[in-house]
Design a protein around this ligand. Structure first.
Ligand SMILES: [Mn+2]
Length: 255
C-alpha cells in the first residue's frame, strides 16, 4: 500500500528524524513524505536536517512546505549573499550560528519551498494554518503563522511577544475550528502538547491534524499516515529549548 506520511516540525532534531524514518519503515519506492515546515532552528543540527530532507527528495517522493523559521533563515541569508542586509536588524548570533552550515543551494531550496501544497487526494499541508477566507485569497505570511483567528472576521489574531500561546486571545478561536473544508489539513507550528497531536473534525467530517508535538522542546517528533491515521513518534532525549514563553523569541520576518 502506498502511504503518505506527514512529519511534524523537526527544528534541527536530526537524530529524531532518522529514528522516525526507521520506526515507520520508510520505503522510498512506495511512500510519500510530507514535511510541514520549520526544519531549522532550536535543535542541534539544522543544516543536517536540511541536507537529509534534500537527499530524501532526490531518492523518493517528498513534499516540504515552508515554515516561518525556514522563511526567516532563507530571507536573511539571501540578503547577506546579495549584500542588501544593511539597515535590517540582524538575527541574534545564536541563530546565525544555527544557520552557518546551510549552503547557498540549501538557501535557494528553502526560499523556493511552497507555502501550501496538496499532498494527497483531499489533503492540504500548510505550516501553521488558514484564515477563514477563500483559499485563493490566503496570505502566505499568515499561512506560516496563524494560530488563532478573530471570531468575527476570521482573520489571524496578532499575538504579543509575551502572550501565553495556549491561551486564546480575546474574541479569538483556534483556526482549525473555523475550517470548513473541503479538504483535510495537516499542519505544524503550534504545539498542542508534548505528547499528542491535535485533531479537529468539523460537522461535515473535515479533519485538521496538528502534528507539532515539540520535539525540540523535549517532546516528540510525530509522523502521521494520511491514509490510515496511524501515528508514530520518537521521544527527544532532552529539551533543546525551554518550551514555555518561547513566543518572545519567535523570529520576525527578515524581509
Ligand atoms: Mn513555526
Amino acid at each position: 500500500m502506498m502511504r503518505t506520511i506527514a512529519i511534524g516540525d523537526i527544528h534541527g532534531c536530526l537524530q529524531e528524524l532518522q529514528d522516525l524514518l526507521v520506526l515507520f519503515d520508510y520505503r522510498p519506492d512506495q511512500d510519500r513524505l510530507v514535511f510541514v515546515g520549520d526544519l531549522v532552528d532550536r535543535g542541534p543540527d539544522s543544516a543536517g536536517v536540511v541536507h537529509l530532507v534534500r537527499q530524501l527528495e532526490q531518492q523518493g517522493s517528498v513534499v516540504t512546505v515552508k515554515g516561518n523559521h525556514d522563511d526567516s533563515a532563507a530571507r536573511w541569508l539571501l540578503r547577506s549573499r546579495r549584500s542588501t542586509a544593511a539597515g535590517v536588524r540582524p538575527p541574534p548570533a545564536g541563530r546565525l550560528a544555527e544557520w552557518a552550515g546551510l549552503t547557498p543551494e540549501d538557501v535557494d531550496w528553502l526560499a523556493a519551498l511552497p507555502v501550501v501544497a496538496e499532498v494527497a487526494p483531499g489533503w492540504l499541508a500548510v505550516h501553521a494554518g488558514f484564515e477563514d477566507r477563500p483559499m485563493g485569497s490566503q496570505k502566505e505570511e499568515r499561512c506560516m503563522r496563524t494560530r488563532w483567528v478573530d471570531a468575527s472576521t476570521g482573520r489571524m489574531t496578532q499575538i504579543g511577544p509575551h502572550d501565553d500561546l495556549d491561551v486564546p486571545p480575546p474574541n479569538s478561536v483556534w483556526w482549525a475550528e473555523r475550517w470548513a473544508g473541503p479538504d483535510n489539513v495537516v499542519y505544524g507550528h503550534s504545539v498542542p502538547s508534548l505528547q499528542d497531536p491535535r485533531l479537529d473534525r468539523n460537522e461535515e467530517g473535515h479533519e485538521c491534524w496538528g502534528i507539532d508535538t515539540g520535539a525540540c522542546f523535549g517532546g516528540r517528533l510525530t509522523a502521521l499516515c494520511l491514509e490510515t491515521r496511524q501515528t508514530w513518534q520518537v521521544q527527544a532525549p532532552r529539551a533543546y529549548r525551554e518550551y514555555r514563553k518561547y513566543n518572545a523569541r519567535e523570529p520576525t520576518s527578515y524581509s
